[in-house]
Design a protein around this ligand. Structure first.
Ligand code: FWO
Ligand code: ZN
Length: 384
């Protein structure tokens, strides 16, 4: 129930130097130069030689599976809990994708509850690719106000041959309902937009922001690193104060230089370290279509990719405290997850310990050790 991580180098994400971290039940109680408590009820964790960072937040995971773009046999499998642990993901936001018919919100909710019971913190988006959006109550406003796990709408597809081709008016109403629902419930009310490979890119968002009082920060467009054109359009978008999300899962054909860590490096070099996040698209399909839009194959996203791309960014010279923001502090701020994303007094005890090669050594979520010394020690219910 009481743990002290001793003598660990803390990146909260800001560098705090060597500290002791006191954990009681599921909260961080203190981060001090030295903390001493005696008694058999106190578990000491040796942090010497290790780095402590906040648990990772993944804002876009198909926790009940997704896919289907190649027919029924290409529906992807649901998330396995221990993959989250292997990726240091302690907070996950579940979503529906292309298929909002055989995948439904009730199953999404049940899986989110299951992941909470297994040891992480899980929220969900109402909706799927399509407009009008699928909701629990028939109203996005009511979903946000009445269903605690719902923090926004997503992933709403635009600029994609698989979208429902929503009008600006329809998207405007979704953003308005998300905003007011968020305001009335104290939540982000974020609209997680799926950007496809289309020519229109972010035009609909520009139109909504220029013609209404809805702020650009109401949106979190993802897959911004899916092609060069969109990656560079995103730089104009963040200049207006918008947030962009880079997908860290790569399919076997995606271009080397569109990797999330390279996109992050580009945006940080342009001064936008506060506007960018990573998400994995875990268990989502990464389908490939030819120029005639015919399906030619697919890969599956992995929740461990955020960690892989974080590590690549730091190993390629991006400051760790800036890289960490994209996977911890920024998503917590954008999604208004007040108790997440920082190692500080009063926050949830979601802490990763890494070695100096940035390999994951220990994972603590809500104060419980899920990985110790590189080994997953808490697996999912039916995992062997
Ligand atoms: C992206 C999720 C895509 C599903 O464009 O949107 O399909 O419903 O499971 N994945 N459609 C993947 C690219 C960013 C590579 C999804 C998928
Ligand atoms: Zn998507």
């Amino acid at each position: 129930m009481i743990k002290i991580i001793k003598n660990v180098e803390v990146f909260s994400p800001q560098p705090l130097g060597r500290k002791d971290i006191l954990i009681a039940i599921d909260k961080i109680v203190a981060v001090e130069d030295s903390i001493t408590l005696n008694g058999s009820h106190v578990q000491l964790i040796d942090g010497s030689g290790k780095i402590a960072v906040p648990g990772f937040i993944d804002s876009h995971v198909h926790i009940i599976g997704g896919g289907g773009e190649g027919g029924f046999k290409t529906r992807t499998p649901e998330l396995v809990f221990s993959d989250l642990v292997k990726g240091g993901v302690t907070t996950v936001i579940g979503c529906l994708g292309t298929d909002g018919v055989t995948r439904n919100l009730n199953s999404l909710y049940a899986k989110a509850k299951a992941l909470d019971e297994e040891g992480v913190t899980c929220y969900i988006y109402s909706g799927s690719y399509r407009v009008p959006i699928v909701t629990f109550t028939g109203s996005l406003l009511q979903d946000l106000i009445l269903i605690d796990k719902v923090i926004g709408a997503g992933e709403i597809a635009i600029s994609d041959h698989r979208s429902s081709q929503p009008t600006v008016e329809e998207l405007k109403r979704i953003a308005a309902d998300a905003r007011v629902g968020g305001i009335l419930s104290g939540k982000a009310g974020i609209v997680n937009l799926h950007l496809g490979d289309g020519e229109m890119m972010l035009n609909m968002v520009y139109e909504i922001v220029s013609k209404t009082e809805i702020p650009v920060t109401q949106f979190l467009p993802t897959h911004i690193n899916r092609n060069e054109r969109l990656l560079h359009e995103g730089l104009n978008y963040v200049k207006m104060g918008g947030f962009v999300d880079f997908t860290t899962s790569t399919d076997s054909l995606s271009k080397e230089d569109l990797q999330a860590w390279k996109a992050l490096k580009l945006y940080i070099e342009n001064g936008f370290e506060d506007n960018v996040t990573f998400s994995s698209d875990g268990q989502g399909s990464l389908p490939r279509f030819n120029e005639k839009k015919e399906f030619v194959g697919l890969d599956i996203g992995k929740v461990t990719c955020n960690y892989e791309q974080f590590r690549l960014a730091v190993k390629n010279g991006v400051a760790i405290e800036k890289t960490l923001k994209a996977v911890t502090y920024n998503p917590a701020k954008i999604l208004k997850l007040q108790n997440k994303g920082t190692i500080a007094q009063g926050k949830d005890a979601d802490i990763l310990l890494l070695d100096h090669d940035l390999a994951l050594v220990d994972v603590i979520a809500k104060g419980k050790v899920l990985m110790a010394n590189h080994e997953v020690i808490v697996k999912g219910t039916f995992e062997l």
